[in-house]
Design a protein around this ligand. Structure first.
Ligand SMILES: [Zn+2]
Length: 86
């Protein structure tokens, strides 16, 4: 985490990450609700091939030079999902 705080990632600086993870009820924090929604939309996309929820937030995923950098799908090279084929 010190390295990330000092140098950031390949794409951006990380100025507001809390080093120690803590657990909180998502009913209490709106940002956790957003993370839950994002995760749920990805689950529905990858497990059920449903893209309705994901497409609602797809344009908000971090990009650099038009390429998505806010999500990486770790799988084999033949994957044709919207994150691997673009
Ligand atoms: Zn993929």
């Amino acid at each position: 985490m010190k390295k990330f705080h000092n140098q950031g990632t390949l794409w951006t600086s990380i100025d507001h990450i809390i080093e120690t993870p803590f657990f909180v009820n998502s009913e209490l924090t709106s940002l956790i609700q957003i993370a839950d929604l994002y995760s749920y939309s990805l689950k529905r996309y990858f497990e059920n091939n449903e893209d309705d929820l994901l497409m609602r937030i797809y344009s908000r995923i971090d990009r650099k030079n038009g390429k998505i950098v806010g999500l990486r799908h770790f799988t084999d090279a033949t994957c044709q999902c919207i994150f691997c084929k673009r």
